[in-house]
Design a protein. Sequence first.
Length: 122
Amino acid sequence: MKRNIELIRKLLLYFEDKPDYKMVKNLELEGFSKYEVQYHFILMDQAGLISCERSVSSSTADRVIQVYPFGLTWQGHEFLEASRNDTFWNKAKELVKSKSGALSIEVVMALLISMAKESVGL
């Protein structure tokens, strides 16, 4: 399964809008399967974007089978703040994709921060 940076951003926005810090189970997002959502929860956990409870394999303790997220981490909030402006977000995605052919969260985030600094004269 491919990583979908748009889905990651949508999930971050979902958690920001969530009124509580309760565990989320079986989240359904229009246009995405439950397997895509769950896979991206695991990726977001690995990237330190969400806080969650992990379910691991009984035979391989370091293999995460599923995660049950609660909310955003500091890093998740930081990424979301950097990607909030739709104009910057779309410009950064296109620029990174055209130059490297792939979307890396770290590269997109660095570019978004650079664009934000530039817009305020830093």
